[in-house]
Design a protein around this ligand. Structure first.
Ligand SMILES: Nc1ncnc2c1ncn2[C@@H]1O[C@H](COP(=O)(O)OP(=O)(O)OP(=O)(O)O)[C@@H](O)[C@H]1O
Ligand SMILES: [Mg+2]
Length: 337
């Protein structure tokens, strides 16, 4: 590995180095591993070690991509990353002919006869799936249901028969490639009802072990919020309580996600504010970050964005103060005893 070729990208949950087209993930300082996260990671790693592809399936913001990188890092192989795309065809995964190479041979020995031979060779360019299969890398196919199901058909034989079918005109003319025994695949997807996703064909789904992700438990959310923003635990708890209260009012229990906790906490830390009702900076951030999620709610035809946010923030902050008072008086009682 050439040190100069490596670029460190500031992805803090998993730090990544890139070398050519592949990624070398490394443990990131901000990755939070609570029992919930550990359990998910250990289960998935076991499936991958046995040779099964793993599929993290769940709503937005439930840690699928982060987990995929985390588990890939444990496999200790370079990673090829692909993002699902509606415009994808299978050549975007496998590779394609990319024009022709012209080579010219000039016979220098017989100067009297200037012999020139020209050869046109078709140039084949491997894409990431082919490179991962050939070299035994870990493939992370993020949001794979955003690609059309037919673009993903090529994966069926890769995952089952360990053979990658290549278009006939690839550079060896082989038509297929044997998948390296070290090749592993991790998929992520949002539920099928999400806009912009396609229904996965049963044959592909049947080859994957799907691990369902849901929103993290409260303690994990508090720890992630602290790790990502640097705010203290009581403040992080208030932020998480507010976001979870909102989520409880969402009909699908999907939004707001942990991203809202992180955003509020980071801006709060940047502005030097406190997670308290009497801090106007905090109230403003909450209105802006959470407003989007309540914008659809209407009361008498009027959107009730700011009021609803204020109500929840006030209620949670008041509850938090009561908890702290109760906690302190319990401590005093113990000391007196
Ligand atoms: N274990 C963790 N430790 C630290 N941060 C985490 C952890 N899990 C998730 N996060 C953070 O939570 C946020 C959401 O996680 P992530 O992007 O992995 O979710 P996702 O399920 O892939 O969402 P989407 O479906 O929208 O792509 C990110 O900012 C991520 O860094
Ligand atoms: Mg993701």
């Amino acid at each position: 590995m050439n040190g100069e070729d490596l670029r460190r990208a500031p992805v803090s949950t998993v730090s990544v180095q890139t070398e050519g087209d592949n990624i070398i993930p490394e443990p990131g300082e901000e990755f939070v591993s609570t029992p919930y996260v550990q359990d998910l990671a250990e289960r998935s790693l076991a499936y991958l070690e046995v040779g099964y592809p793993v599929h993290f399936s769940g709503p937005a913001g439930t840690g699928k991509t982060t987990l995929a990188f985390h588990v890939a890092e444990k496999l200790d192989r370079p990673v090829m990353l692909i993002h699902g795309d509606d415009e994808f065809g299978s050549s975007d995964l496998v590779g394609r002919d990319s024009g022709y190479r012209k080579s010219r041979l000039v016979d220098n020995f017989i100067h009297s006869v200037l012999k020139t031979e020209e050869e046109m060779k078709s140039l084949w360019v491997d894409n990431r799936l082919t490179t991962a299969c050939k070299n035994g890398y870990t493939l992370i196919y993020d949001e794979f249901t955003r690609s059309k199901p037919e673009a993903n058909n090529v994966l069926l034989s890769v995952l089952e028969e360990k053979i990658l079918n290549l278009p006939k005109l690839n550079r060896n003319g082989d038509g297929y490639l044997e998948v390296s025994p070290d090749f592993r695949a991790i998929f992520t997807s949002n539920p099928e009802e999400y806009a912009g996703t396609h229904k996965t064909q049963d044959a592909l789904r049947d080859r994957l072990i799907s691990v369902n992700t849901s929103h993290y438990d409260r303690e994990t959310e508090v720890q992630i919020t602290m790790a990502k923003s640097g705010i203290l635990r009581p403040e992080a708890e208030t932020v998480v309580n507010i976001v979870r209260k909102f989520r409880g009012t969402d009909e699908n229990n999907h939004r707001p996600t942990i991203r809202a906790c992180i955003a509020i906490a980071r801006i709060l830390a940047h502005k030097g504010g406190r997670a308290r009702w009497d801090d106007p900076v905090f109230r403003g951030i909450c209105r802006d970050v959470l407003g989007i999620d309540t914008a659809k709610a209407a009361h008498g035809g009027q959107p009730v964005i700011a009021q609803k946010v204020d109500e929840v923030v006030q209620k949670v902050c008041a509850g938090g103060r009561k908890d702290i008072k109760a906690h302190n008086s319990a401590k005093e009682t113990v000391i007196k005893e």
